[in-house]
Ligand binder design. Structure first.
Ligand code: HEM
Length: 552
């Protein structure tokens, strides 16, 4: 347009009104930006959310500049500061992308409970090269079909059969940590390798684990890849593929993806090669009892397909663990399932199933190291269960008796939820319950578990670590959606029962072998929320071997 005018006026060589070409371009950009900003501010979306509080923004950028130059730990603390200042429902514009942050359980219920808002937010697209169309990020028919096929592979009878494997790996990590006894060390390194190995040996049916420190290398690559994806989600420039592909970050991302995909494709290849009928079937005995791994009897609003699968199941059935079940499905012409589906779900579950529980177990160990009286109660419960034979292997029945340890795990997940937030894209306009707000279709709504778990109106002394927050009578009086470490509703965590059982076996084995110490306090924690909540300064503990009289 400007060029047209200047040509007609014969001023092309010197630009508009005799200005140089750079200035001409600049004026063009400013005019286009002003027009865009004018259009944006008059859009339906902008007007609809104008009454939702937000930190001050800039033209074009919105609030995007607030994250510029900050580390992940800084973003977390700055973000919390804004939420404290602006209230329980806050909006932010990342350029033209609208984000609405929710911390009121009534709003969260509107998002998570029904089938209306199941679509994952745009921000999950950065996982696509990794998870493909795996459960965590897929939508619509594809997600529904995969969920229906995969949820039964976490049936209680299968989880029960995993307990001896959980025990073997727990004993193994106890032995490996012996070299650290007396020293302060970052326990997350041990937890991440162990949780990778446990997943490989259970859900993936791997008989021979990768040699050397391949599991640790994979776990480290996952941490680095999450950091990259998180940067892409929140830094405006990295969001654009056209810019990201020329950055150093992408080079690093490609390297990490090679390690990750190399490991998972080998797992699938090996399992397919060694897929023998006699090693894969698990025949369950008759089963009619409710799942004992669930934190409490569920009220109607919190029930999900995992409860239904465990509770409405009668009679003997042949069941397979995850990877074996998927290999069989791919061979069955009547089931819509192919090789890519297998790889996508292996990648999804290898990630979701290990990084979450390694953070959860590391936080729980730190909590017990810091709150010694709580560790003593955990140990006393172990003593009551194991009696004079504290070194014997834990069974499924033992794990069901660990009520206090369960409360310690739940309280850890309250204060330090490994998945600190969930994001959905609204498929319909949504009237919120927390105020006179209507959020338009297409918005990214972000459910902040981390914040709802720390609301003082729901948890008196919200920052105090108190496992008794999960006494049945306290839980019964709380809003269903005020404790959602595993999300809730139809898209809740498919591995939550697996996770709780594994954490109990692992922590029970560690606590029976070591007294856990910590020199850090919770005030020293530098929380870092890059996809999975971690401590930037490490999960530092030290261990002291427990001594038992030798059995003659
Ligand atoms: C302490 C441990 C865990 C926590 C806190 C946790 C938390 C969550 C949360 C919050 C979600 C919803 C995410 C979202 O909507 O963005 C989720 C989904 C999921 N989790 Fe977990 N998880 C844990 C362990 C596991 C384990 C052990 C597995 C598998 C072995 C697993 C597999 C999955 C899968 C496949 C999904 C996607 C479900 C769907 O969209 O249908 N998780 N998890």
């Amino acid at each position: 347009m400007f060029l047209d005018i200047s040509l007609k006026t014969g001023a092309a060589s010197s630009g508009v009104l005799g200005l140089g070409p750079i200035l001409t371009t600049l004026v063009g950009v400013v005019v286009a930006a002003t027009l865009y900003e004018y259009w944006h501010r008059n859009s339906r979306e902008y007007r609809m959310v104008s009454n939702i509080p937000s930190p001050p923004g800039l033209p074009l950028l919105g609030q995007a500049h607030l994250a510029a130059g900050l580390s992940n730990a800084e973003i977390m603390s700055v973000g919390m500061g804004y939420l404290n200042k602006y209230g329980e429902t806050v909006k932010a514009w990342l350029g033209h992308v609208l984000l609405v942050f929710l911390t009121n359980p009534n709003d969260i219920e509107l998002i998570l409970s029904g089938h209306q808002h199941l679509t994952k937010a745009e921000e999950y697209r950065y996982f696509k090269p990794w998870f493909g169309d795996g459960l965590l990020i897929s939508n619509g028919h594809h997600w529904r079909h995969h969920r229906k096929m995969i949820a039964p592979t976490f049936h209680q009878s299968i989880l029960k059969s995993f307990v001896p494997t959980f025990v073997d790996h727990s004993k193994n990590v106890v032995a490996r940590m012996d070299t650290e006894a007396g020293k302060s060390f970052d326990v997350h390194d041990y937890m991440s390798q162990t949780t990778v190995d446990i997943l490989l040996s259970t859900a993936m049916g791997v008989k021979k684990l990768p040699e050397g420190n391949k599991s640790f290398e994979y776990a480290q690559a996952v941490v680095d890849m999450c950091d990259i994806i998180h940067k892409r989600q929140i830094k405006l420039l990295y969001r654009l593929d056209s810019i990201y592909k020329f950055t150093k970050l992408r080079e690093k991302g490609d390297k990490m993806m090679n390690i990750i995909l190399g490991m998972t494709s080998k797992v699938v290849k090996d399992r397919k090669e060694n897929f023998q009928a006699d090693t894969r079937a698990i025949i369950e005995e008759e089963l009619t009892k409710p799942a004992a791994t669930s934190p409490s009897a569920k009220k109607e609003g919190l029930r999900d397909d995992l409860d239904d699968i465990d509770e409405n199941d009668v009679g003997a059935k042949r069941r397979l663990a995850l990877l074996d079940a998927m290999v069989e499905m791919a061979k069955n012409p009547d089931i819509e399932w192919n090789e890519k589906d297998i790889i996508d779900e292996v990648n999804t579950i290898m990630f979701e199933g290990h990084d979450t529980t390694s953070a959860g177990s590391s936080f729980a160990l730190c909590m017990m190291g810091i709150h010694k009286h709580i560790q003593e109660r955990v140990f006393a419960e172990q003593k009551a269960i194991f009696g004079d034979n504290m070194q014997r292997d834990c069974t499924f029945a033992d794990a069901m008796e660990m009520k206090y340890l369960e409360r310690v795990i739940l309280e850890t997940l309250r204060l330090y939820p490994p998945v600190p937030l969930i994001a959905r894209r609204l498929d319909h306009d949504l009237k919120l319950a927390s105020g006179p707000y209507t959020v338009p279709k297409g918005t990214t709504v972000i459910v902040l578990q981390y914040c709802v778990h720390r609301r003082p109106d729901i948890y008196p002394n919200p920052t105090t670590f108190d496992p008794d927050n999960f006494l049945p009578e306290r839980m019964a009086n709380r809003h269903y959606y005020a404790f959602i470490p595993f999300s809730a509703g139809p898209r809740s965590c498919v591995g939550r029962k697996y996770a709780m059982l594994k954490l109990k076996v692992l922590l029970s084995t560690i606590v029976r072998n070591y007294i856990i110490h910590s020199t850090d306090t919770e005030a020293d924690f530098k929380l870092q929320a890059d996809i999975i909540l971690k401590l930037e300064n490490g999960f530092n503990i030290s261990l002291e071997k427990r001594k038992y009289p030798t059995v003659a």
